[in-house]
Design a protein around this ligand. Structure first.
Ligand code: DGL
Length: 280
């Protein structure tokens, strides 16, 4: 048996939004053990400088490596957009971001080449989705829109509120004038707004959930590299561990809402401890 295959998969996000990717992975890869890190003390990343997002991401990957992870999934779109190349240049294990899988799915679902991307300000300004999309199909017509108010609205738990509808109407108005075939939900929090977004943008637009696409890509890589976990008796297949850098107000409520059940095996890592994982 390949011993590395029995190790867990590390997955991180700027906060709790990445639990949307954890859910997709738990569903598709029930035999894998996950170690999640949510940087709840330093969220949001979407408005931070590139250098800061890279430094935070390096600390977290280094922390996950201490837990013998066999692969790292960067669930955060902002960190994927800004830090992925830096991380891949430093470590040899597979490091998967959410942008490439999302871009591949959008290209496949847009036969007339019209794609939209929504995300945090940093993700959109980085141009990472455009780059990934155009590498796959240079003839695409891409319309990107930063939607910074959506993260706080999801955190507040207002998925069906009039305020949300008004904000979406405003952010998505460009797509009504110039329709797209697919819209990439380029932020961990947006899958929680799928229904509201579909209602506002119209039923004909394919919504691309980067988290679900990433889970599929992780599955392909595990098979290709013979790294899929083989369940042995009562082993730790389902013992996922969740680490956070802070327990903010209403933490349990938000976390359980995102996961669909209470978080178990939850630990807090002091920021000073996390900072001691600094590299370069
Ligand atoms: N996780 C971030 C992302 O997917 C959203 C929250 C933040 O700004 O940190 O871009």
């Amino acid at each position: 048996m390949n011993q590395v295959a029995q190790n867990p998969i590390g997955i991180f996000d700027s906060g709790l939004g990445g639990i949307s990717v954890v859910r997709a992975m738990m569903e598709l890869l029930p035999d894998e053990r996950l170690i999640y890190f949510g940087d709840t003390a330093r969220v949001p990343y979407g408005s931070k400088s590139n250098e800061t997002v890279r430094r935070f991401s390096r600390q977290i990957v280094n922390f996950l490596l201490d837990h013998q992870v066999k692969m790292v999934v960067v669930a955060c779109n902002t960190a994927s957009a800004i830090a992925l190349d830096d991380l891949r240049g430093r470590w040899n294990l597979p490091i998967i971001g959410v942008i490439e899988p999302g871009a591949t799915a959008a290209v496949n679902k847009s036969p007339s080449n019209r794609v939209g991307v929504i995300g945090t300000t940093s993700t959109i300004h980085s141009g990472a989705y455009e780059k990934a999309l155009l590498t796959r199909n240079p003839n695409l017509n891409i319309q990107s829109k930063a939607c910074p108010l959506l993260v706080p609205l999801v955190e507040e738990g207002w998925p069906e509120d009039d305020v949300l509808t008004g904000v979406l109407e405003r952010y998505l108005s460009g797509y009504k004038q110039s329709p797209v075939e697919s819209l990439i939900l380029g932020c961990t929090h947006y899958p929680y707004l799928k229904e509201a977004i579909q209602r506002v943008i119209g039923p004909d637009v394919n919504l691309i959930d980067s988290g679900e696409e990433t889970a599929r890509m992780v599955q392909d890589i595990l098979i290709e590299k013979s790294m899929a976990h083989t369940p042995v008796g009562q082993d730790a297949a389902r013992k996922h561990h969740f680490y956070v850098s802070d327990f903010p107000q209403r933490f349990q409520e938000t976390a359980s809402r995102f996961l669909g059940r209470p978080l178990e095996n939850l630990f807090r890592i002091e920021l000073e401890v996390l900072e001691s994982y600094s590299v370069g």
